[in-house]
Design a protein around this ligand. Structure first.
Ligand code: PLP
Length: 388
């Protein structure tokens, strides 16, 4: 009777970790009458810059004027923003045609919707990583290869995947791949005719020694799709603006992925509002960029404070310096959840258990630099005092 229902939904893990975290924090706060230091946040917390808001307000105000009212936005974005993005990439010597840039409302949507272009591909995913890759492939009934992020290299594959998910810097671990590590994947993808799906959500946190874009790697234009976002860089997690780059050169037999994505977006998507795209355009100007990067540095410094504190307490820290997150090995053989409870009840600190990001996250936990500085200072101070 129910043959037409997608039964792959039954194979999804319940998204219980994040709701369980909220419930446990609520219970703890009710019981103790205390407000916990929230170092579990995966979202931006600083206010937007004044200039960015001014630009968006001016753009929105235009709608009051009958000569400037905007109807539906173009499905793949306004040229002014595509040109600004192309100029931004040019600074890193990457040439993009504006028809290769698709403005959208979030990596979360595009990196899951991209599966519309493929028919039951086998994919390889870092373990642990952003859970949407795993869930979207599960919903489509695709075969998933999980590769521990410490062994994330094509030489460790037994089966050839058709889709290769790379998140660098990775969420939650912060691990950032260098030129040579990415080059191995690009060469592998070109050789095996597979496609790299490169999630650059955290590229604004990358130090100058690491690639920010997959197109910094020679050969990537024939095998890689890049997903970039204004969420973490410009604080657009609420406003929603991102872009996906599908190079013209990627063909699978006689099908062109750029043309297919164009067709897909025009059918399923109605575009991002004019004033939001104006804000995104401004974020890539010199003034806008400087203002946004100031916030990114604040989050990065928060992560540094957390890292230094835990290092002094002899925790094993795994993260690189290119991330707002700190990825930490649990002590005393405690599980992720046992560590979560310990930090909450003994230190008043909210963390995220590593298992939220895949089974290889068991035995680890994530703390976040997106928290406010005061909370971080108070939390680290009392952690040091109690453990010192
Ligand atoms: N990719 C990764 C790795 C993320 O951690 C997140 C959000 O936390 C996203 C994508 C979602 O990005 P967006 O806000 O552009 O949808």
């Amino acid at each position: 009777m129910n043959e037409f229902v997608n039964k792959n939904f039954l194979n999804l893990n319940n998204n219980y970790v994040f709701s369980l975290v909220s419930q446990k924090v609520k219970d703890y706060e009710n019981l103790t009458n205390k407000k916990a230091f929230n170092l579990g946040i995966g979202d931006t917390t600083l206010p937007l810059s004044k200039n960015l808001c001014r630009v968006m307000c001016e753009a929105l105000k235009q709608e009051q004027n009958k000569n400037f009212h905007h109807g539906y936005p173009p499905e793949t974005g306004y040229d002014f923003l595509k040109e600004q993005i192309a100029n931004f990439y040019k600074q890193n010597l990457i040439d993009l045609n504006k028809n290769e840039i698709f403005i959208s409302n979030g990596i979360g949507c595009d990196i899951t919707n991209i599966l519309n272009l493929f028919s039951n591909p086998t994919c390889v995913i870092q373990n642990p990583t952003y859970p949407a890759y795993f869930d979207s492939n599960t919903i489509c009934g695709n075969n998933i290869i999980l590769l521990d992020q410490n062994n994330f290299n094509p030489r460790n594959l037994d089966t050839t995947p058709k889709l290769i998910y790379i998140c660098s810097p990775n969420n939650p671990t912060g691990l950032t791949m260098n030129y040579f590590e990415l080059k191995e994947w690009v060469d592998y993808a070109n050789k095996t005719k597979s496609i790299i799906l490169f999630d650059s959500a955290y590229s604004c946190f990358v130090d100058k020694n690491y690639p920010k874009s997959i197109y910094e790697i020679e050969g990537a234009k024939t095998c890689a799709i890049e997903f970039a976002s204004f969420s973490k860089f410009a604080g657009f997690t609420n406003l929603r603006c991102s872009f996906t780059i599908v190079p013209k050169q990627i063909n699978i037999f006689d099908m062109n992925l750029n043309e297919m994505w164009q067709r897909r977006q025009c059918t399923f998507f109605n575009g991002v509002p004019f004033h939001i795209q104006k804000g995104a355009e401004f974020a890539l100007t010199k003034l806008g960029y400087d203002e946004c990067i100031k916030n990114v540095k604040y989050y990065k410094n928060n992560a540094k404070i957390i890292k230094n504190c835990l290092k002094n307490l002899n925790f094993d820290i795994i993260s690189s310096s290119c991330s707002p997150y700190v990825w930490i090995k649990c002590k005393n053989n405690l599980s992720s959840w046992q560590t979560f409870d310990h930090l909450l009840y003994n230190h008043n600190i909210v963390s995220i258990p590593g298992v939220a990001f895949g089974n290889a996250g068991e035995g680890y936990f994530r703390l976040s630099g997106f928290a406010n500085r005061k909370d971080i200072l108070l939390a680290t101070e009392q952690l040091t005092k109690k453990n010192g």
